[in-house]
Design a protein around this ligand. Structure first.
Ligand code: 5RP
Length: 235
């Protein structure tokens, strides 16, 4: 229990640090997950005190939270260019490449990040890894042709030297359904030697909507540990 409380405190500290980037009038993307939730909470406090921003959510859950806090929300259709997105991650490597999608929101998260001039990642130090892949890589797929898409993915993984790794349908017999109506296949790869190559190979598979490798999106990461929040920038 105490360890969990400590971790929540670290997530909040990372979120508080990211809030320093937010200027009045900014157009913001709001991430998804327990760390992003802290950021939205803190932003809500600022808005309640009169701070002006306009935001787009990366999930229905975040939209509901933000609406509940009175944060002015809109859509990418009405505001297709954003100044900054703040989001969590499941893994962050030294080049600020990310694995995301543990909360199942990777597609909207990537669309929102791609519409943003900058992306800040907020994590506790446990998410920082020397190499991506210990966290199972989420891949969002359309339900139609699931078995065929999965076989295709397994063949692609084998071709990249990642054969035999479990590829599991999230939720099993009661599949998890994303906000976009898709399924998620979680790939337990152990380690990803070449994230760029894997990202390109997965994107080329029909039926794959997107994957949780975020490469070239994060400009800065705020990493909270017991002592401090460290700022890491992509060179
Ligand atoms: C959701 C995500 C989250 O940002 C990621 O899973 C981290 O979540 P948390 O902050 O709860 O650890 O990508 O799709």
């Amino acid at each position: 229990m105490a360890a969990n409380d400590d971790r929540e405190r670290l997530k909040r500290e990372a979120a508080r640090k990211a809030l320093e980037l937010v200027e009045p009038g900014m157009r913001l993307g709001l991430g998804t997950g327990s760390t992003a939730r802290h950021f939205v909470d803190l932003l809500g406090e600022k808005v309640a005190a009169g701070f002006s921003v306009r935001c787009v959510a990366t999930s229905e859950a975040t939209l509901a939270q933000a609406n509940g806090l009175g944060i002015p929300m809109t859509t990418l259709d009405d505001m297709p260019e954003l100044d900054l997105t703040v989001d969590g991650a499941d893994e962050v490597d030294p080049e600020l490449r990310l694995i995301k999608g543990g909360g199942g929101a990777l597609l909207r998260e990537k669309i929102v990040a791609a519409a943003s001039r900058s992306m800040a990642v907020i994590v506790d130090a446990s998410k920082v890894v020397p190499r991506l892949g210990a966290f199972p890589l989420p891949v969002e797929v359309v339900p139609f042709g699931l078995a065929a898409t999965r076989r295709h993915m397994e063949a692609v993984l084998a071709g990249l030297g990642l054969g035999g790794r479990p590829v599991r349908l999230r939720g099993g017999e009661a599949p998890f359904v994303t906000d976009g109506g898709h399924f998620i296949l979680d790939c337990s790869l152990g380690a990803i030697p070449d994230p760029e190559r894997l990202a390109a190979a997965l994107s080329a598979i029909p039926g794959v909507v997107d994957h949780g490798l975020f490469i070239g999106y994060a400009r800065v990461a705020f990493v909270a540990s017991a002592d401090a929040v460290e700022t890491r920038r992509r060179s």
